[in-house]
Design a protein around this ligand. Structure first.
Ligand code: PEP
Ligand code: MN
Length: 272
């Protein structure tokens, strides 16, 4: 039984073969597994230089880092903004790593394009910001579409359809856990969503075990579960010094933990 019948372009019927989204030559989807890693937030040039070195050393081919942060409290660090985009790009370019960063406001889209952001992340809180989805649908940059805090899979597919309907088919789903009754961890990782999306859509699916677990020690178990269930990749938070992180300190892996995790995942992934 289909989840719903209104999505078209993103549906498996529209395209039986798996879509491979290429980010500056790095394939996401198909036969490969890609790990995107980096800090929750861009903080300083030094922190970014250490992060980029650690991401590259672990063998990851893409780097993440938030310059615009969707914080629950208006009094929390909101991200460095445009300055953060500069630090992210400068650090990542040293190692030839394409960058992933979150776009929260449609008014910043041109700035993101000017800064040559490689992958635009639409965060959980904006999964149904339809104006934002329409705008990123008009460009051809790859988009990571995170699952809304309590979004159903059909709502998520329709959000992707909004982007695709504008002409941009370079969409990657990212499962990051959903809100549940459980308080022992941050969000409940919906492993079942991975095969459901794969059945319903031809688009790649990655998993963010960091925002799901909310604790660094949970990340390896969730990462393994994701790959075992067929995810095309992961997005993992890593900080050169997690205790000092300005945002999401509890869930950040150290560089050594990231490297160890990649080693543990290798048997589960064909092409790490
Ligand atoms: C993030 O990846 O930095 C983030 C804020 O995640 P989410 O939108 O999934 O909460
Ligand atoms: Mn975070």
């Amino acid at each position: 039984m289909r989840v719903m019948k209104e999505y078209r372009i993103v549906s498996r019927e529209a395209q039986p073969t798996d879509t491979v989204v290429r980010v500056r030559g790095v394939p996401i989807g198909g036969e490969t597994v890609q790990i995107i890693a980096g800090p929750c937030s861009v903080e300083t040039p030094e922190q970014m230089a250490l992060s980029a070195a650690a991401v590259a050393d672990a063998g990851c081919r893409l780097m993440r880092g938030g310059a615009f942060k969707p914080r629950s409290s208006p009094y929390s660090f909101q991200g460095l903004g445009v300055e953060g985009l500069d630090y992210l790009q400068q650090a990542a370019h040293q190692y030839g790593l394409p960058v992933v960063t979150e776009l929260m406001d449609v008014r910043m889209l041109d700035t993101f394009l000017e800064h040559d952001v490689d992958v635009i992340q639409i965060g959980a809180r904006n999964m149904q910001n339809f104006d934002l989805l329409k705008e990123v649908g008009r460009i051809n940059k790859p988009v990571i579409l995170k699952r809304g805090l309590a979004a159903t899979i059909s709502e998520w597919l329709m959000a992707a359809e909004y982007i695709a309907a504008g002409g941009n088919h370079n969409i990657i789903f990212c499962e990051r856990g959903v809100r549940s009754f459980e308080t022992a961890y941050r969000n409940m990782l919906d492993v079942t969503a991975i095969p459901v999306l794969k059945k319903e859509s031809h688009l790649p699916v990655i998993v963010d075990p960091s925002h799901a677990g909310g604790k660094a020690w949970l990340v390896p178990a969730l990462a393994k579960a994701a790959l075992a269930a067929g995810a095309d990749g992961l997005m993992v938070e890593m900080h050169p010094n997690p205790c000092e992180a300005w945002c999401d300190a509890d869930q950040a892996l150290t560089p050594a933990e990231l490297k160890a995790l990649i080693g543990e995942l290798r048997p589960l992934a064909q092409a790490l």
